[in-house]
Design a protein around this ligand. Sequence first.
Ligand code: NAD
Ligand code: KPL
Length: 299
Amino acid sequence: MEVVVFGAGSLGSLAGGLLARDHAVTLVGRDPHVAAVRESGLRVGGEFDFSVRPDATTDGSDLSADLAVVTVKAFDTDEAARTLATGRFDAALSLQNGMGNEDALADHLDCPVLAGTATYGAVRPEPGAVACTGVGEVVLGPRAGGTSETADAVGRAFRTAGIETTVADDMPRRLWEKLAVNAGINATTALARVENGALLDGPAREVAADAARETARVARAEGVELADDAAVGAVERVADATAANTSSMRQDVLDGRRTEVEAINGYLCSRARERNVTAPVNRTLTNLLRAWEIDRPQD
Ligand code: NAD
Ligand code: KPL
């Protein structure tokens, strides 16, 4: 399969590196990473130890492939979609956190858009390299749920490259459960400056649980079956499994970078408003992060 990975940062470089073991991959990213990959290939370390030589470019326009895998941060999805729309793809797959990414892609692309979640962990230690900090799983499927030949074919392509992959027929419910996890963990750990495990007990636990319960309420108002207990349980499971981890939003705050709060708690608040559901904890978390982001670089 020919695959373009749009957003060769941490997750994109890992996904692209793994896929390049079995497929023709083009990474779309920025220098100096792209220049280093062109010069010496991509080293995949951490839980893996191999090198590959995917194509790499800083210009994502006019590309064509069987599949575009989108791994930019949520606030860059719209621009990525517009750039991808100058090329030709048979399918696109979002592996991003947050909600609304698939809709943004579908607004611009003339191909089936698959929803996906990834629990692999990745960091980029230096240009030309990516480290896998945790082997997880990719779950993907049609964004509206159900089955499709496209999702099955993409699932097979990921599996032949050695990526743990499940093709699911209930992506809307899975995306809302993932949203509950991120709404509960990310902003809370970023603001409290704690590791994910601090949400298992102590004062921040209730904040995360309330944010998850609000997410479940909005999900149900949207017609997605997600019980309060299931949402809170998902937060606890992930906080336990990633107890020593710094969440991506806390890391963004530590690095002084823009966060994905608008696609997580901010998205939840806007859906809550439309459905007349109250979401005071998510509104507070969103506004605190927004206040922090004022005067911070926006990309
Ligand atoms: P990242 O910032 O490391 O990577 C995104 C990359 O996209 C950056 O290098 C950026 O320069 C590049 N980019 C953005 N717009 C571009 C454009 N127009 N042209 C070329 N390059 C462009 O972020 P990340 O940590 O890889 O996360 C990506 C997404 O995956 C996020 O939604 C994140 O929440 C999600 N995610 C990440 C991980 C992880 O372990 N890193 C795990 C699961 C999910
Ligand atoms: O997705 C994550 C993130 O940090 O963005 C979790 C699952 C919360 C792990 O840290």
